[in-house]
Every structure is written in structure tokens, then in C-alpha cells.
Design a binder for this molecule. Structure first.
Ligand code: MSP
Length: 500
């Protein structure tokens, strides 16, 4: 069985989960569920990044220890993911002892190998970004709280792997996606790569993993956090599991953290002689009023508020449908409500309601026995030809928004089919030739079943209600699965219209 290991970034516990975090995590969940439905062995890892300056500061502000602070915020993330129906396999925390041990092993082995060395460095340090920056970055970027610091620190010989990394990116066109990010990294790599400062003196920061070879220092938060992708699936602790899932099929994130994932992480893996992940995919940002959502700007949209008001399924659907993967998207309540009313209440909710009501009226809520298919019936069936390959292709190409559109075009084709075949007329006009109406409703129920199974990874809750009502939980995208005579249970309105 082919395996599919997918990860999200580990979110900092200095922030409440917002729509941006929810988006990446829902996307990972949707991709995982699609893969599972296609029969793959999926492992989905998410979690929290708990060390470093930002978390230490956030905890001091609340007058609690960093660990107490992290414990509290982890609950909020886990609670959010539960409420959004995220089915992860493991939630890793960088304060887990297994993770810390693996980080120390890597540090020690690279230190022994002399890929980590001690040196004095004087440079500009951005407290907000928690790293040394260049003069050029200072001029161009929006780094805050910049200080000049002269300090002895440990450095990872990142520069040693620069050529090998460039080669890898060139030989593997799908390694960094979308293309725009790949080009960005290749142009970044045209300049000589600096070695990476991977320690922080305890005099400045105490909340971190202590270096195994120098108790006066803790590990730089990124060097620690990136290792989760292998510590979380058993590297050096559960080798069977690690061999099964590594290399990751996809590290998912937004474009803000591409350099750390496409430069720091691969060179760290190269130094450890570990294979590189297959794909690093960066989506765009959710913007509010055209600026990125962030805690410091105070413009965050809380996913749980929306989910509790309109249901987690509708939020999941909106986020998947309204962001073209790779580009930025703007969140507005208005676009959310329009999308909900048009697609969910109108198209999907409506077709189910119509077909269920007609089946109850004419066939006592039993799946009718179809007769011969005419050209209109065959045309409907043809819309579903080769569906599994189409779905696989959309997923492989990370075109979830197009996949959602494709599924809704099928749903709209059922509504159109009903209009053409008008079972309410045929039933009245040919009461004795019930099979004309029976065929229409049979094929409509089957089309609804397939569309619902297709939508299931995006909207697991409501689609399960529908699948239970027609007793069709086993995924199969072919016609003819549902048996005539089977009972159809009634359903209350799935997506009541939202009146503005
Ligand atoms: N802790 C690091 C990641 C370490 S991974 C080994 C970090 N954390 S974060 O909390 O800032 O999360 C950043 C990620 O959250 C983004 O890459 C993206 O996945 C998600 N998003 C945060 N804000 C977002 C938007 N406004 N829009 C879309 N995604 C956003 O960086």
C-alpha cells in the first residue's frame, strides 16, 4: 500500500489559533482524507512550537512559566482542531521528551562531525524574528527590534551544503511548489549562503533545548522545531515507523516560512545523511482588508466563532473553495455567506431535499428499481466517467479549489437532470409506467451518493449524515451500488439559508 506522510507547521503557542492556522491544518486534513478514501496509508502530523523568545515573552506577560503557558495554549489548538474535525494521527509538542532527545542526538552528531562549530559573531539581531539579519535585510525587510550583538555562538555549516541543495532543487522540479517559490529560493541561493547560528546564550534566553555539549546555551528555536518532522514519526526511536513514512510526501505551510523549510531543513537533513522530503508546498496568505492576518495587527478572524455559528463543514468548504492554492485570498463574511447560500444551501442542500422528498412521495422512501436508460440518463452517467483518475489528478496537482468546483459542477448536473426528466410530471402522466420515474430517482440518488462521497473529505460531518441516511458509507465512485428496495431515512435541512 502506498504511504502518504503529510505535515503542517508547528504553530507557535504565543498566538490563538486563527483562520490562517486553521486553513493549513484543514487543507492537510482534506488531503489526508482524500488519500485515505483512495486507499492510501496516511500519516498526518501537526503540533506546536513551544520554545524560544516569543513564547518566553508571552509567558512572562501572563506571569506564568513558559511550560505552563504552553500547556494552556496547546489545549486551545487541540480544542480548535477537534471542533474543526481535524483527524490528525499525532500531535507533537517540541517540549515532548522524545523530541528533545532526538534534537540533542542530532546536535551532538553534527558537533562531533564538525558541522557545528563555535565562533564569535558580531551582527544585527532582530528580536522579533529571533535571528541575525544582514544589513541588506535590515534595509529591505520589515524587521523589528533590531540590536547590534557581539556574541560567541555555535554555528551550523549550512554553506557546506549550498551546491548540493541547488543541485537537488534543479534535479527535482517538484521539490518546492508552487514554481514561484522554487524560483524565489533558487535566486536566494545565488548569493553565498551564510552558516546558521543555532545557539542562544542562556544569559539572553533560557527557554529552549540545552545544547548537549555546552550547558550555557540553548538551541535556536527553528533548528529545534524543524526536527519534529522526523522525531514525530519515530526517527531513532521507532525505526519501523520511520522507514514506513519517511520521506514525507508533503510539508505544507504558507509562504512566510519557505526559507527555513527549503534551505535550513534540507541542509540539516543532508548533514545527517537523511533523505529529503518529496515536496514542500507553500500556499498564500488569507488577508483581511488586504493585509495579512496577524496577532500584532489585531485583525484575526477566529475560526471557532465561525464554525460554531455556521458549522465546521461550511467553514472548511469555504476555505478550500475560495483560495486558489499558491495565491493569496481575502476573507470577508460577505463572501462566506454568499458561498454558503449558493453552493451549500442552494445547489447541494436543494438537490438532496428534492430527491428525498420525491422518493418519499412516490416510492414510500424506498430506493426505486430502475428501468432502461435513455439518452438523458446516459448523459448524466457519462459526467461521472473516470472520476477516480480525475480526483487523483486534482489532488496530486494540489488543485483543491478546482476539485471543489468540479464536484459542484456534478451536483449542478443532477439538478439539471431533474429539470430535464421532471419526475413530478412523468409520475402524473404515466402512473402505470412507474419505471421512468423510478429510473430518474434511482440515478439521482446514485449521483448524490457519489457526489457526497467525493465531498466527504471536505465536509465530513454533513456528508456522513447523508451517507448514513442512504446507508452508503463504503466509498465507491461507480454507478449501481445502491440496492433497489433499500430504505432512505429522512434528513432535516442540511444547510439552512443564511439571511443577511
Ligand atoms: N513555529 C513556526 C513554524 C515551525 S515549523 C517547524 C511558525 N509558526 S506560526 O504559528 O507562525 O505559523 C505559521 C503558519 O501558520 C504559516 O506558515 C501558515 O501555515 C499558517 N498561517 C498563519 N497566518 C496565516 C495567514 N494569514 N494565511 C494563511 N496561513 C497562515 O511559523
Amino acid at each position: 500500500m502506498s504511504t502518504f506522510y503529510i505535515t503542517t507547521p508547528l504553530y507557535y503557542v504565543n498566538d490563538e489559533p486563527h483562520i490562517g492556522h486553521a486553513y493549513t491544518t484543514i487543507l492537510a486534513d482534506v488531503l489526508s482524507r482524500f488519500r485515505k478514501n483512495l486507499g492510501e496509508d496516511v500519516y498526518f502530523l501537526t503540533g506546536t512550537d513551544e520554545h524560544g523568545q516569543k513564547v518566553q515573552e508571552a509567558s512572562f506577560k501572563r506571569n506564568v512559566t513558559p511550560k505552563e503557558h504552553a500547556d494552556e495554549y496547546v489545549k486551545r489548538f487541540k480544542n480548535a482542531w477537534d471542533n474543526l474535525d481535524i483527524e490528525y494521527d499525532y500531535f507533537i509538542r517540541t517540549t515532548d521528551s522524545n523530541h528533545k532527545d532526538r534534537v540533542k542526538e542530532i546536535l551532538l552528531s553534527l558537533f562531533k562531525k564538525k558541522d557545528i562549530y563555535f565562533d564569535e559573531y558580531e551582527g544585527l539581531y532582530s528580536v522579533s524574528e529571533e535571528r541575525f539579519i544582514t544589513e541588506k535585510e535590515k534595509e529591505e525587510g520589515d524587521f523589528r527590534e533590531i540590536k547590534k550583538i557581539k556574541e560567541k555562538n555555535y554555528f551550523f555549516k549550512m554553506s557546506k551544503y549550498q551546491e548540493k541543495l541547488i543541485e537537488h532543487i534543479k534535479e527535482n522540479p517538484n521539490f518546492i511548489q508552487p514554481k514561484s517559490r522554487r524560483n524565489e529560493i533558487l535566486s536566494f541561493l545565488k548569493k553565498p549562503l551564510k552558516d546558521l547560528c543555532i545557539s542562544r546564550p542562556k544569559t539572553r534566553l533560557s527557554w529552549g533545548i540545552e545544547l548537549p555539549f555546552d550547558e550555557n546555551y540553548v538551541t535556536y528555536v527553528w533548528f529545534d522545531a524543524l526536527i519534529n518532522y522526523i522525531s514525530g514519526i519515530g526517527w531513532n526511536s521507532d525505526n519501523k515507523k520511520f522507514r514506513r513514512y519517511w520521506p514525507a510526501k508533503c510539508h505544507l505551510m504558507a509562504k512566510d516560512i519557505v526559507t527555513t523549510h527549503c534551505v535550513y531543513w534540507p541542509t540539516m537533513l543532508m548533514a545527517c545523511n537523511i533523505e529529503l522530503p518529496e515536496k514542500i508546498f507553500a500556499h498564500g496568505w488569507w488577508l483581511v482588508d488586504n493585509v495579512k492576518m496577524s496577532k500584532s495587527l489585531g485583525n484575526v478572524i477566529k475560526p471557532l466563532d465561525l464554525a460554531s455559528e455556521y458549522g465546521s463543514d461550511s467553514l472548511r468548504y469555504y476555505l478550500m473553495k475560495n483560495m486558489v492554492l499558491g495565491q493569496d485570498a481575502t476573507f470577508t463574511l460577505d463572501s462566506f455567506i454568499k458561498r454558503y447560500n449558493a453552493d451549500l444551501a442552494n445547489d447541494y442542500g436543494n438537490v438532496i431535499n428534492r430527491v428525498f422528498v420525491l422518493t418519499s412521495k412516490y416510492f414510500n422512501s424506498l430506493v426505486p428499481d430502475p428501468g432502461e436508460y435513455n439518452e438523458i440518463d446516459l448523459e448524466l452517467i457519462r459526467n461521472f466517467d473516470g472520476i477516480e483518475d480525475k480526483v487523483s489528478k486534482y489532488i496530486e496537482e494540489m488543485k483543491i479549489h478546482d476539485l471543489a468546483e468540479f464536484i459542484f459542477s456534478l451536483i449542478r448536473s443532477i439538478n439539471k437532470y431533474l429539470e430535464q426528466k421532471a419526475p413530478w410530471k412523468t409520475f402524473k402522466e404515466y402512473p402505470k409506467e412507474k419505471e421512468v420515474t423510478a429510473t430518474t430517482l434511482y440515478l439521482s440518488i446514485e449521483s448524490i451518493r457519489i457526489c457526497t462521497q467525493l465531498l466527504n473529505p471536505i465536509m465530513p460531518n454533513k456528508t456522513n449524515l447523508v451517507l448514513n441516511a442512504i446507508d452508503s458509507n463504503e466509498i465507491d465512485f461507480n454507478f449501481g451500488k445502491i440496492k433497489a428496495g433499500q430504505k432512505i431515512n429522512s434528513l432535516s435541512t442540511l444547510f439552512p439559508r443564511i439571511d443577511i
